[in-house]
Write a protein that binds this ligand. Structure first.
Ligand code: MG
Length: 91
């Protein structure tokens, strides 16, 4: 089960209420907001750990929506397992 922060039911309702494309744009928007906070932290030495945590939560939630929209729960789980196992071999 890949849904940790939301549920399939929540994802289904959001897509039904606001539309698939708007939810996919929101995935991109939230990833962009997280990138911006990481850049502020690195480039400007800004103390923004709280903002990084907030945007990380947004991204985790939206990644679950992305998985729901594309119906890729099993594929993502398989790829994650494969990639983590491969990573372990390098460590
Ligand atoms: Mg955000």
């Amino acid at each position: 089960m890949i849904y940790r922060y939301t549920t399939k039911e929540i994802c289904e309702k959001t897509v039904k209420n606001w539309g698939r494309d708007s939810q996919l744009l929101m995935v991109l928007e939230e990833m962009s907001e997280l990138q911006k906070e990481i850049l502020k932290n690195l480039n400007r030495d800004k103390d923004n750990v709280k903002e990084i945590a907030e945007e990380t939560a947004d991204v985790l939630i939206m990644l679950e929506r992305l998985i729901y929209i594309y119906k890729i729960e099993d594929l993502v789980a398989q790829q994650a397992e494969f990639k983590v196992n491969r990573l372990k071999q390098y460590l």
